[in-house]
Design a protein around this ligand. Structure first.
Ligand code: ATP
Ligand code: MG
Length: 390
């Protein structure tokens, strides 16, 4: 809940805080630029008050919820709280608590949790004093007050610093992770299915921007496939307002044709090896440090642990699979949270490339032995890549 007179959003980060001073400063600068871009793109009226390890967004009651939403969609931010800022005196804190309690929409027993920061003599009271006196102010402001310090239904938080105090009720969770752009980019194989946008989001969360690459299997796919890949790329771009957003579309109908006519049980492995080789070329052009896919062990025949080993041999770049050990239900739950699930479940009808009896335990020798020379197919696909803005 946003307190009625909220004028500040307190922003907290996690992993950045355990870095060395220099790395932390660099990451904070990146985080600041990213948060600023996120607030800008959403037209949130506010000022960023960037202090070492204690960033704040100064805003007004109308924009405080939108500012909190923007912070909670910014990688690196662990939580954000819309708050009332006030003088660091007992009287002002009591007043802010009273106002917040009067506007509280949650029912049930409450607690006051206070933290005091600074030197011992910065304030003439302790955090316990704030809890006691603040608790009384909340009690007086509520219709039917009840206290439960062990298991409260609502907690009124006070953060009292030397220069200012804050009162808030909510610590809304952000994605956590590291600021986007603090790592080198990765080429994301984006199929528009359920898994690949989640995988891309997971590496973005750890700081790697992604360069989305979609293979258009033409006669073997359908226009709806391209549309849903574009839709997923757009959703991902929403988390990366100050980064490149183009989706690369590689024509892959010729490669699919060739593999369908020439290769039997190991066809899907050769198809994946073709995709990885094209991705490698995109990585060279974009200085990407690796490739990311939505594969998970055993999810499909091409994703058995044995088969993943064979597909990887085709490239020197690392192939990252953040969903390697995730169950489908976990992936679906995350896709729903990220809002990529809807796009991903448009009727597809594309299993026209897969052989009837796919190999599940391939050897590199067998795959290479059955595989046509991929060089020309890869070169043609790379030459035909188009960039679309999602
Ligand atoms: P997704 O895994 O995205 O939900 P899917 O399950 O239909 O789609 P799989 O056959 O599991 O796709 O493919 C495994 C991975 O290969 C995908 O997660 C994605 O990274 C990549 N991939 C598959 N098809 C394409 C494509 N047409 N374009 C780009 N990448 C693809
Ligand atoms: Mg999949």
């Amino acid at each position: 809940m946003t307190p009625p007179e909220a004028d500040t959003v307190l922003v907290r980060y996690g992993d950045i805080g355990v870095k060395s001073t220099k790395v932390q400063r660099d990451m904070e600068r990146t985080l600041e630029a990213n948060l600023r871009a996120m607030l800008d793109i959403r037209n949130v009226t506010c000022e960023l008050d960037w202090r070492w390890s204690r960033p704040r967004i100064r805003t007004d009651a109308d924009a405080a919820t939108a500012a909190t939403d923007a912070a909670c969609d910014t990688f690196g931010i662990v939580s954000a709280s819309p708050a009332i800022s006030t003088e660091p005196t007992m009287e002002s804190i009591r007043e802010a608590l009273s106002e917040t309690a009067a506007g509280s929409e949650v029912e049930g027993p409450f607690a006051v949790d206070a933290r005091r920061a600074g030197e011992r003599d910065d304030h003439p009271f302790t955090s316990k004093d704030i809890e006691r006196e603040g608790g009384r102010a909340v009690w007086d402001a509520l219709d039917d007050p009840e206290v439960d310090l062990e298991d409260p239904a609502r907690t009124f938080h006070v953060e009292c610093r030397p220069e200012e105090a804050f009162v808030f009720v909510e610590k809304r969770a952000g994605p956590g992770g590291l600021p986007l752009g603090s790592q080198r980019p990765l080429v994301a194989l984006l199929s528009g299915g359920i898994d690949s946008p989640v995988a891309a989001w997971e590496v973005m969360k750890r700081g790697s921007p992604v360069i989305p690459l979609y293979f258009d299997f033409e006669a073997y796919g359908g226009v709806d496939h391209v549309a849903r890949a574009i839709e997923s790329a757009r959703t991902l771009a929403g988390y990366a307002p100050n980064h490149a957003r183009d989706l690369r579309i590689a024509p892959a109908g010729a490669a699919a044709d060739r593999l369908v006519s020439d290769v039997g049980p190991t066809r899907m492995l050769s198809l994946r090896r073709f995709m990885l080789r094209v991705a490698e070329r995109v990585a060279e052009e974009t200085r990407a440090a690796g490739i990311v896919t939505g594969e998970a062990i055993g999810q499909k025949s091409s994703q058995t642990s044995a088969n993943l080993a064979v597909t990887d041999c085709v490239t020197d770049l690392p192939v990252h699979r953040p969903l390697l050990a995730w169950d489908k239900q976990e992936i679906i739950a995350r896709a729903r949270e990220l809002d990529t699930y809807e796009d991903a479940t448009i009727e597809a009808g594309c299993n026209r490339i897969a052989p009837d009896y796919p190999e599940t335990n391939a050897s590199l020798e067998a795959v290479e032995g059955n595989e046509p020379d991929l060089g020309t197919l890869v070169a043609e696909a790379v030459a035909g890549i188009e960039r679309v803005e999602p």
